[in-house]
Design a protein around this ligand. Structure first.
Ligand SMILES: C[S@@+](CC[C@H](N)C(=O)[O-])C[C@H]1O[C@@H](n2cnc3c(N)ncnc32)[C@H](O)[C@@H]1O
Length: 426
């Protein structure tokens, strides 16, 4: 267990197996080996091991909770819910299981029950930083009025008060204060954070996004890495953020309209692949499907999810520039929103495509369609339709098709986006 906690998974696995050779029904070895198998992408084996452990010690709340986590992280919220409820039957004040229960209820869109479950957690454990943070996200995700946003900001503030390592709570606080039009307070959150951590790219970027410093022409690589490596670790946030997230589906549907019927013959690049949500949607078209992303944490998750022939940790523009004439299709869901100016990356995409190859990507839409681009207080950029058309044309693309669609929700509101397709001319 010491090796496991120190993340030395190979040693831990060998030792758990040695224990099981001596004593095949040792429940802790079965249970923790199950957790370890899941961490290494062998989730089915993990489920079986923990189920075996639970036959031997049926009233083990941690084992039920960990079994629930595997189901939750494999996208089976109903099975996860049943496990968390069993954990709570064994130990009614199991805070971790209570928080997890709230998350999977929210993921199943059972909002009243989820709200009640967060409430129970914070009644039992008023200093549970994760509970305050998750309730803050809940209130913000489903906000119906300003009061919900006010309460959400209070939750993020409290989460940071009880655990000052919870920097994601601080970032969420800044974004929420800005949404409440408390702009000076939002900027002050980032200034204080920068004073404590002058090298941290997150508050630097967010301060600029709130107009407190000059906006960069593109989110810098350190910011993207820091943001997404942290995000990759949190299955809860991924699960909850993806509730109304449709960019991969909407982009794939638009591409179906221009690509030949799926014949598995294309060389495809998923540019900014994240945790790999586009892979299953594009797999049938691909002879060779490559995912590239700047965040090693996200690429690790994409590797566990599977579906790619190759995955690379690299900056997108340089990667495209290094692979001329290599792809029949380049797609990029919700990634160019971290790029301000698009000239360089679209020229690189053009060069990486073969003649007749398609490029497909999503952007957030600037309300003023004639504007070029703007950075928003969420840290992402919005682009004007005319600007996108001009850059595509000057990069050599033709047959440009841009449709408006809502790609996600933020603070209870649909975020307007563009779904863009363009073809490299023969
Ligand atoms: C919001 S996620 C979207 C991921 C995935 N396409 C999806 O739809 O689920 C954006 C991804 O873009 C990646 N990214 C942003 N800027 C990048 C860059 N310059 N080079 C490579 N990856 C980048 C981030 O690391 C992150 O994983």
């Amino acid at each position: 267990m010491n090796a496991h906690q120190a993340d030395d998974l190979d040693t831990a696995e060998r030792l758990y197996r040695e224990v099981l050779e001596l004593h095949a029904a040792q429940p802790d070895a079965l249970h923790y080996l199950g957790v370890l198998c899941h961490q290494q992408g062998r989730s089915d084996e993990g489920v079986e091991l923990i189920r075996t452990a639970l036959k031997i010690t049926p009233r083990h709340p941690d084992a039920h909770n960990n079994l629930g986590n595997i189901h939750k992280e494999c996208g089976r919220p109903a099975e996860a819910e049943a496990c968390y409820r069993r954990a709570l039957e064994c130990a009614s004040e199991h805070h971790n299981a209570q928080g997890n229960l709230a998350v999977v209820l929210e993921a199943q869109d059972r909002l009243d029950e989820a709200f009640e479950a967060y409430g129970t957690l914070l009644q039992q454990a008023p200093d549970d930083a994760r509970g305050h943070y998750l309730l803050g996200l809940f209130l913000r995700n489903h906000a119906q009025n300003m009061e919900h946003l006010e309460q959400s900001a209070e939750c993020f503030r409290r989460a940071f008060e009880v655990d000052s390592r919870n920097l994601r709570a601080l970032e969420a606080l800044g974004v929420t204060l800005y949404a409440l039009k408390r702009h000076d307070e939002a900027r002050q959150v980032y200034r204080d954070w920068l004073a404590r951590e002058p090298e941290n790219p997150v508050p630097r970027h967010m301060l600029a996004a709130c107009g407190g410093a000059d906006a960069p022409s593109r989110a810098d690589d350190d910011y993207v890495r820091e943001l997404f490596d942290g995000f990759a670790d949190s299955f809860d946030e991924q699960l909850l953020k993806n509730l109304d997230y449709r960019a991969p589906q909407v982009l794939a549907a638009a591409l179906e309209g221009v690509l030949p019927a799926a014949h598995g013959g294309l060389d495809v690049l998923d540019a900014g692949c994240g945790t790999g949500l586009c892979a299953p949607l594009m797999r049938a078209h691909a002879r060779h499907l490559v995912g590239v992303d700047l965040s090693g944490g996200m690429v690790d998750k994409a590797r566990l999810r599977g579906g790619y022939d190759a995955l690379e940790v690299a900056e997108l523009t340089s990667y495209l520039q290094a692979h001329p004439d290599a792809y029949d299709l380049v797609l990029s869901a919700d990634t160019l929103v971290y790029f301000g100016r698009l000239e360089e990356v679209l020229a690189a995409a053009h060069a990486a495509l073969r003649p007749d190859g398609w490029l497909g990507f999503t952007l957030e839409a600037m309300a003023d369609e004639s504007g070029e681009l703007e950075i928003t207080p969420s840290g992402r950029y919005r682009h004007g339709r005319g600007y996108v058309e001009r850059v595509l044309a000057s990069s050599g693309f033709g047959d440009v098709r841009i449709q408006a669609d809502a790609l996600r929700r933020e603070a209870g509101q649909a975020v307007a986006g563009w779904v863009v397709l363009a073809q490299r001319q023969p």
